[in-house]
Design a protein around this ligand. Structure first.
Ligand code: RIB
Length: 307
């Protein structure tokens, strides 16, 4: 049996079409210039790959199209040692595609055509029930249907398996309480925390208020990331603290949050303390912003330990 912690990621798989240019166009504007590339992406897949490279034994539950992009995506996950038994190939829908523009400072703007991701069903999750029940941690984001995420969260909670929710992209409405009650760790950024709690998160004080609200809503640990200002952490056991950010010159921030979540899941699955797990995840995320593209930028365990 592998000594690596088993991490199940339920979520999206996309192919990213990227322009690295000077700046992000305003609505109605055309900006000429920059370089085009493609890379494997999707928040779920990025978290799965991040976890695998960080040292997890990863099972990915997802849906891609039965097309060239889907086949390429699956081949990439296999190269990272991910169990793809529960990655379905949908005969009727295309693999998800994200159009990403990255500016000179590494900031991005992303539009996603979900394709097969939107057809990931609760039954797809049921098929992976044994994997979920035997995991050290189950990880979700919000690029697949909410009823599917809720089924997976419920399966994990009933089996006593910790759940990590990365609530990205920011939900258009508050998440169901039944979902948040199944969540062990939630890791929103400022915008996502504002959407989840109705509290406008603009600084440390408002981040702590939002974290308290997330605990009231049923999660056990809230980590609200604040970009260059680090993160605030609050737990049901009374921990209230700040974690510093690691300063880097960013080439591309795409998938930095996904990288953080994947690495955090592995560290917690290994039994590291919350402080050590956050430090490990912050290091991984700080490495990911130095390279262009979502999955090409995700660091290996060796790179994280060397940083
Ligand atoms: O979080 C980054 C990801 O968001 C990209 O890889 C893109 O596919 C979108 O899902």
């Amino acid at each position: 049996m592998s000594s690596k912690p088993k991490i199940v990621v339920v979520g999206s798989s996309n192919t990213d079409m990227i322009i690295k240019g000077d700046r992000i166009p305003a609505p109605g504007e055309t900006v000429v210039g920059g370089a085009f590339s493609t890379a494997p992406g999707g928040k779920g897949a990025n978290q799965a790959v991040a976890a695998a490279r960080a040292g997890g034994d990863v099972v990915f539950v997802a849906r891609v199209g039965d097309d060239m992009l889907g086949r390429q995506a699956i081949a990439g996950y296999e190269q990272d040692g991910i169990d793809v038994s529960f990655v379905q190939r949908d005969p009727a829908l295309a693999t998800g595609v994200a159009l990403i523009i990255v500016d000179q400072t590494g900031n991005n703007s992303i539009a996603v055509a979900s394709g097969a991701n939107a057809a990931l069903t609760p039954d797809d999750v049921e098929r992976a029930a044994d994997a979920i029940k035997s995991a050290k941690m189950v990880v979700f984001q919000l690029e697949t249907p909410i009823e599917t995420i809720m089924r997976a969260a419920r399966l994990a909670k009933d089996a006593g398996v910790p759940v990590l929710l990365d609530p990205a992209p920011a939900p258009s409405e508050p998440l169901p309480k039944e979902l948040l009650e199944c969540v062990t760790v939630v890791k929103p950024n400022e915008g996502e925390a504002s959407r989840l709690t109705g509290i406008d998160v603009t600084d440390e004080a408002s981040a702590f208020q939002a974290a308290e609200k997330l605990l009231e809503l049923g999660v056990s640990t809230a980590i609200i990331t604040l970009g260059a200002a680090g993160s605030v952490v609050a737990t049901k056991d009374g921990v209230r603290k700040r974690a510093p950010a690691i300063r880097v010159d960013a080439v591309d921030a795409t998938a930095a949050g996904d990288c953080y979540s994947g690495a955090l899941a592995v560290a917690l699955g290994e039994g590291k303390s919350l402080d050590d797990a956050i430090a490990f995840a912050s290091k991984a995320a700080s490495l990911s912003v130095r390279r262009l593209g979502a999955q090409p930028s995700l660091p290996t365990r060796e790179e994280i330990e060397r940083a």
